[in-house]
Design a protein around this ligand. Sequence first.
Ligand code: HEM
Length: 519
Amino acid sequence: MIGGYLLKGTLNRSPTIVRSTSLLLMVESFTSLLSFGGYEFLIIFVVVALSYRYTSSRLRLPPGPTPLPILGNIHQIPVASPEEGFARWRQKYGDVIHLSILRSSLIVLNSLDSARDLLEKKSAIYSDRPRFVLLNELMGWHNASTHVRYGPRFRKHRRFIHQTFNQQAALSLRPVQEKETLNLVRGFVDTPEQFAQHIRRFAAATIMKITYGRDITSVSDEFVLLAERAGSLTVQSGTPAASLVDFFPIMKHIPTWAPLAGFKRNARVVKEAVDRMMNIPFEMVKDQMVSGTANPCLTSRLLEACGETASFEDEEDIKGVAGTMYAAAEDTTVCVLVTFVLAMVLHPQNFKKAQEEMDKVIGVNRVPSIEDRGDLPYLECVLKEVYRWNPAAPLGIPHRLMEADVYNEHYIPEGSTVVANIYAMLQECSNPRQFHPERHLKGDLIDPQELVFGFGRRRCPGRYFADTGVWLVAANLVASVNISKAKNELGEEINPEVAFTPGFIRHPKPFPCQITARA
Ligand code: HEM
């Protein structure tokens, strides 16, 4: 998260990226006293306009496109692939760009140095998340670890996650990943045309087993469907119109029967789905613990650790952590692995080189295991290039600045939403759009893994687990199957289009390919 639909959710409103200024909060409490009609928009408009005049003698902000009064740069934010648009602006405005959106500041960090200087060196003030009214307050994602606000609750979530996913603990998760890797390879061989489904099943099965002790044999499993429904409803209902509530939190008080309240009615349906996704697997584990049939898993371990004295808040936090795992892990892992397959289809010479290395090191009588990783440097370069060429979450998840800051003589206002443009940072090399694993051989380029999992105290806590899973799948595919271009009815090779879906997760668009077992 960046994961999946939670990241997508934030993406859909990322431009916004609403900041609850004290001003808007004042407006909210003031106007909530009034009955709801068309007045609120007028009041908000006037107060925002006045505040604009009042504070227009601002200190020097970082450079950025010239904003319109009140609306700011809202009309200039690239919608389809904001990461690419922001990267293009880098030449004109520099590494740190300021955009204003309805008086909120959005800071885009286009360089690794600026991301490290701010999100890491000053992580004490850059580790909050923006207030997501639609997602958290209306759609029920308020317990999600990806969105939890900085403070004691954030630390508790990180502690809970860390117990299972820290570098050392993640070693004990390998058997699940190895078993599911073999299932994935079998699926690739048996029904190669469904390779993307096999990747999805792998990602779902590993995370569901670890989180709830659940064995997943197909993506039609009840728990997967619950999570998918919550995710897809969230994305469908996160329309730009619905996202207005992020700009004007007062709108959340509109009665559901009012004509303007369609977004609230939709959000209520989403909330039901999110609650079911959080509650049903959690209650199952609790029941199994009572009957002594629970498989040890993240949820059972956290419940055990809280013991008899688990408070309502503890249970909500455990549910939130567990419920976030699928959302954060599935989409991102799928994106990386499908990108790997696409890159191998497009670049058979790289795939062949990886196979030659594999055959030399492992031979043909066994499958590769993670212990072989250090002996397969070319495969390592291929994976680094996969992470670089198409970073799964190109803008990460927005951070929020908790107090005003000054950076390179520029003023960054308190409450700014700060976005790390991971995509732009990974373009800092020659011919960046070319897939070229050899560029990592010399070791003078930054390891993309340093960036693709985000920065500072919010850095992805699932990174060790995610990277091990990605390596196992890639290594076993290299060892066991041939991947090549599909052919049309004339026997001609089909060159897949290199295109990515717009959204917070840059999924490769579906593409054909040919997969066969290695002789
Ligand atoms: C290759 C796959 C993955 C990628 C590329 C990825 C990337 C990211 C990114 C960019 C962030 C935002 C970091 C920031 O705010 O600076 C994030 C957050 C997060 N990721 Fe991952 N992730 C992946 C897999 C996973 C997995 C497998 C899990 C769970 C086991 C996970 C759990 C989380 C959680 C809980 C957060 C929120 C952390 C917080 O807000 O404190 N991710 N991830």
